[in-house]
Every structure is written in C-alpha cells, then in structure tokens.
Write a protein that binds this ligand. Structure first.
Ligand SMILES: NC(=O)c1ccc[n+]([C@@H]2O[C@H](COP(=O)([O-])OP(=O)(O)OC[C@H]3O[C@@H](n4cnc5c(N)ncnc54)[C@H](OP(=O)(O)O)[C@@H]3O)[C@@H](O)[C@H]2O)c1
Length: 354
C-alpha cells in the first residue's frame, strides 16, 4: 500500500515534470535567456524543475539524464577497422552500426572496441535490428546476439532499423507481418530489462502513423523512446519525426545522412547539400566547410549527428564539433531551414544562374 502510494506520487511528479519541460521547450526558454539554443541551460531547466518537484527526480533520473552522444561515427558503407581505430584514437567514443550486413560491419566494430584500451563504460554503441528479424522472438534472439558481440555483453541503444521489410532487402518470405514492429518493440524493452540494452530503444525510418502508434504504446508503459533516427539534411529535414521526438519525454532526434548521403544514393553526382549556394555562402562567411555548417546547425538545434567519414582530416573536423561548433545566427538558421523540400538550388547552379 505504502509502496503503491509512493509510486503514485512519483508518477504524478514525473507527469508534472514532463509538462514543465514541454512548456520550457515550447516557449523556447533558452532562447529567451540566451537568444540561442543552449543544451546546458536546458539541463539546468530540468534540474530546477526536479528541485521544485521533489520526488520526481527519482523517476526522472532515468528519463531525463539520458545522455545520447551528440557526435557519433556513422559506420555504414562498411567503414573498416583501421578507420574505427583511428576514430577511437582521436576521441570518437560513440558509433552507429546495424545488423544489416548489406551496409554495416557490426562484427568489425565489436573487434575494434574489444581491442581498444578505452573502458567500455566510456563508449557508446548503437545498433539496429534488421527488418527481417521483426517479431518478438526474432528480435530477442538478434538483440542478444548483437549484445554478446560487444565487450561488456550489451549495446547502449537498440533501434528498429525499419518498421517493415521489403522484397529487395528480405527476399520472399514471411517478412510482411502487420505490426510486427510492435512485438519487436516489446522485445527491446525486455532486452533492456535483461541488461542487454543499457539505455533504451529507438526507431529509425518510421513514418508519422507508426510513430503515433509507438507514442501510444510508450505512454501506456511500453518503454521510453530514447532515439528517433532519421534522414535529416537541410533539403530533407524529417520534420514529423523531429516533432514526434520532441513530444516524447526522453527522446533525442539523431540525424542521419546529414551531409547529403541520401541524395547521392538516389542520384550519383547530385549531392545538393554539398553544392548548395545558401550553404556555401554561410560557410564562406564563417570561414568553415559546408559539412561543419550543416553539422553545427543540427547540433545547435539539439539534434545528435552520425556523420560517416573515411578521411582522417574530415574525422578530425567532425569530432572537433564536440568542443567547438560554429554558432549560427538566427537568420542563418532560418535560411538553412528554408531549404526544406527545395531541390532547385543546384539545378539553377547547373544552368549557370548562381
Ligand atoms: N538508419 C538508417 O537507415 C540510416 C541510413 C543511412 C545512414 N545511416 C547512418 O548515418 C551515417 C551517415 O550517413 P551517410 O553514410 O549516408 O553519409 P553522410 O554522413 O551524409 O555523408 C558521408 C559523406 O560525407 C563526407 N564527409 C564526412 N565528413 C566530412 C567533412 N568534415 N568534410 C567533407 N566531407 C565529409 C564523407 O566523405 P569522406 O569519407 O571523404 O570524409 C562521406 O562521403 C551512416 O554511416 C549510418 O551510420 C543510417
């Protein structure tokens, strides 16, 4: 009886805390004070709110003091172990991989991590369930297998790579079970309880309808969504996915293909991000590169980033963003965000108009 009263009190406090934080985010509290987004201030808001509502901190510790690294190395394209070793040597501690051997080498990452002298507790591994392994038992097996590969026997975050599979990826088979991702989500939560997933679960490539259902599951005690990973560059910002993530109490939006990787997959030689006139001008005015501007914009907006690189100079440039980002002005942010959905910039460039 006492225990349930206590739990009720904690839940109420947590609900109040969620409202306070949502309010602060909605009115952009840190913009008021600093004139710009400031993660430290957002954390301060949370701490002040936790002090004002004693008791809430106990439950909220888990919910709010979740540290999803801001800069990780994306390892799609089978980034090899010598690059991972180099990345570890210059300060990368967080890595994005997946079970999909079509694009990633989870095994190689695990071997580099094992060979590194950096304690496992200082490293952060995100991996993803292949859509062929959707379903409760399949995800439990796949999640345990991935966790066992890494030193310590766990991964930090486990994402559902896609909400469903398709023939090109999974071949013909029973891969199209309706709503199988919901069973997988339940498995991720169980894997977290088992200690195979340290921080929690998230999703990638989920559309608004699936996210709505996921939000409902999460609200009903089905586990917090700690990461939403989606394609986000200035021309394709995944706004519904970002909005969903900000509506969750402990979610970090993680941008993938920030530097135009997806445009390249779709049209080789057509990386609209790297050829954007707007981005070039902003980069020039800061004496920086387009990648640094794009990644700084995302970090300033509170997103986490996972740029991939196999070039040592680029890797150094990207990891340096952990300590030094370019502070963009409000006008520059508006100009970057106005690129959403636009593809004309580079077409105009090709016609020599810019
Ligand atoms: N969840 C999903 O479905 C999904 C889908 C796609 C990607 N992802 C994740 O997101 C990661 C990144 O996305 P992506 O691989 O599509 O590519 P991306 O990060 O958009 O772009 C990578 C390209 O940018 C270049 N680059 C990186 N840093 C640079 C810098 N500082 N200056 C100049 N060029 C730079 C790299 O070339 P160099 O090698 O020459 O530096 C590489 O060609 C992936 O590796 C993966 O982990 C997830």
């Amino acid at each position: 009886m006492e225990k349930s009263k206590h739990l009720h009190h904690l839940r109420t406090s947590r609900a109040v805390l969620v409202v306070v934080i949502k309010f602060c985010r909605a009115v952009q509290f840190d913009y008021f004070i600093m004139g710009r987004r400031n993660p430290t201030l957002s954390t301060l808001t949370i701490i002040i709110a936790a002090i004002l509502f004693p008791g809430s901190f106990q439950l909220s510790q888990e919910a709010f003091v979740i540290n999803i690294p801001r800069v990780s190395l994306g390892t799609a394209g089978h980034v090899n172990s010598s690059i991972i070793d180099f990345a570890l040597s210059i300060g990368f501690t967080s890595f994005d991989t997946a079970r999909a051997t079509e694009w990633y080498s989870e095994d190689q990452l695990a071997l580099s991590i094992a060979a590194s002298s950096i304690p496992r507790s200082e490293l952060f591994i995100t991996t993803k369930i292949h859509p062929r392994d959707l379903g409760y038992n399949e995800t439990m097996r796949a999640g345990r297998e991935s966790a066992a590969k890494f030193i310590g026997g766990y991964v930090d975050v486990l994402l559902l790579h896609y909400p469903r599979c398709w023939e090109g990826l999974c071949g013909v088979g029973d891969y199209y079970k309706k709503g199988a991702w919901k069973e997988s989500w339940r498995a991720i939560e169980d894997l977290r309880k088992e200690g195979k997933v340290r921080v929690g679960g998230g999703v990638s490539n989920f559309g608004p309808r699936d996210l709505e259902e996921l939000g409902e599951i999460s609200r009903n005690g089905g586990g917090d969504v700690v990461v939403v990973q989606d394609w986000c560059d200035p021309f394709h910002q995944s706004l519904p996915q970002q909005a969903f993530c900000s509506s969750q109490p402990s979610c970090t939006f993680q941008a993938y293909s920030s530097l135009g990787g997806q445009h390249l997959y779709q049209k080789p030689q057509e990386n609209v991000v790297m050829r954007s006139k707007t981005l070039m001008e902003i980069a020039k005015s800061h004496g920086a590169s387009i990648p640094t501007i794009v990644l700084s914009w995302q970090l300033q907006r509170g997103m986490a980033v996972v740029p991939r690189s196999t070039n040592t100079r680029h890797l150094r440039e990207n990891i340096s963003l952990l300590s030094t980002t370019i502070t963009l002005t409000a006008q520059e942010i508006i100009a970057i965000e106005a690129l959403e959905g636009r593809e004309m910039e580079t077409d105009e460039r090709r016609n020599g108009e810019l």
